[in-house]
Design a protein. Structure first.
Length: 433
């Protein structure tokens, strides 16, 4: 005899799913993370149904009480999640039925799991944006503080990883403040665009019940209901945008991590990480490795990969909802967790680092870092065309190379042997202040 299906949608089926079908279909191991958003959405939906006369007051009160109890059970670790119930929505609804009986079955009136999960996911990503902003602001505060403290700490600026011009550590670190500022603005943009409510779209075509979509949207903190029901249940561009912001922020952190890795080498010697943010070697006792920075650099691959993964899932989906979309949450959750970890680790490293000012200054004195300033002086003082000034400066650098000395160690006679109009005032620009 064929075993009857016992799933929530089992009325259409005679047999239960194959064990492998149940395994591939279930998402509870991932989407259980949406429990707070799912309960918040259900509570708002129930209040709206009652206000519209679709749900009785006693049923609405029982639903609210039951959902509150379920929230307490989940947060205290007393809730049992069941894979055979597929997802967080059915796990909560089934437990609600256990608690309050028949009234639980009325909660799903005028909605579908399609608009339900879209709402839950938007609520979660919206909160994730705020959490990321908090951690970004923390790192930016640390970098801004260090930038102010090192406003006059001279170091070499680089292009092509070659000494280019003298800069300050303060300006260098402020560049990362500016990058993170743009990342913050991207988070704000993402949050603003996603803040429309899918509830009421039902499966895809809306619902015949006289519901009030504006009421649920307002109660859940959305700006408005989504205007197109088909778009409401199928849109995941808010998730790909969030993943892009995570990937872009991770890219910025990776660039800073790479500089930390370089600067902590003996060849640079600009920076020493605190022991708390370093590791040793199992065989080489002298080693102090910047592993936190290296791992931040490596995790950029995860952030980039998650973005490409979801875009690949979505790229050929016809409207509206398809089960492929069940794969949308794992990559978003992982990128959020990864970026939070990287932001916190970077903040810890930067806040406790020791900067070697003398080493940085000596490095700025190498590589003829003041050569551009010399060329500009020739233009501004001697009114020389820049291309001629560039050529003269190149000859002066070549002379200094041949004598294995800095530009400011050349005598005035030696400088005038290349350009006779050069005066002693030139040392004010070729010597570091």
């Amino acid at each position: 005899m064929t075993q009857k299906s016992s799933t929530i949608w089992g009325g259409r089926f005679d047999a239960r799913p194959d064990d492998l079908m149940e395994q591939i279909n279930a998402s509870i191991d991932i989407d259980r993370r949406l429990y707070a958003q799912d309960i918040a959405g259900s509570k708002a939906h129930a209040r709206m149904l009652c206000a519209c006369g679709i749900l009785s007051t006693p049923d609405e009160q029982a639903i609210q009480s039951g959902l509150d109890q379920i929230l307490g059970e989940i947060t205290s670790g007393q809730f049992t999640f069941r894979r055979d119930l597929e997802d967080i929505h059915m796990n909560i609804e089934t437990r609600l039925k256990d608690l309050i009986g028949e009234a639980a079955g009325r909660l799903h009136t005028a909605r579908s799991r399609n608009d339900q999960v879209a709402t839950d996911f938007r609520l979660w990503v919206r909160e994730a944006c705020e959490v990321l902003k908090t951690h970004m602001n923390g790192l930016m505060d640390t970098l801004a503080r260090l930038s102010g403290e090192h406003e006059h700490t001279v170091m070499p600026g680089f292009t092509h990883l070659q000494v280019a011009q003298p800069v300050t550590l303060g300006r260098h670190l402020d560049a990362y403040v500016q990058m993170l500022t743009r990342d913050l603005s991207r988070l704000d943009d993402c949050r603003k665009r996603l803040n429309e409510c899918p509830l009421g779209a039902a499966a895809l075509a809306g619902t015949p019940y006289p519901i009030n979509r504006v009421m649920t949207a307002q109660e859940l903190g959305f700006d408005r209901p989504m205007p197109n029901t088909m778009d409401a249940v199928s849109a995941r561009d808010f998730a790909t945008e969030f993943l892009f912001v995570c990937a872009q922020a991770g890219l910025h952190l990776s660039r800073l991590a790479e500089e930390i890795i370089l600067w902590t080498t003996p060849q640079f010697g600009f920076l020493r990480l605190a022991d708390q943010w370093s590791t040793g070697s199992s065989i080489m006792p002298q080693k102090k490795n910047p592993d936190a920075a290296e791992l931040i650099r490596a995790k950029t691959g995860r952030l980039n990969g998650n973005l490409i993964q979801l875009m690949t899932v979505l790229k050929a989906l016809p409207l509206t909802y398809n089960k492929d979309m069940q794969e949308d949450k794992a990559c978003v959750f992982e990128s959020f967790d990864t970026l939070v970890l990287c932001l916190c680790a970077m903040n810890g490293m930067m806040a406790t680092a020791t900067w070697h000012k003398d080493t940085m200054r000596k490095a700025a004195e190498t590589g003829y870092a003041t050569a551009t300033a010399l060329a500009d002086w020739l233009v501004m003082t001697l009114h020389m065309p820049f291309r001629d000034a560039h050529h003269v400066t190149g000859r002066i650098v070549k002379l200094a190379e041949s004598k294995a000395c800095r530009l400011d160690e050349l005598s005035l006679d030696e400088l005038q042997s290349i350009e006779k109009r050069i005066s002693i005032d030139v040392y004010s620009v070729i010597r570091l202040k």
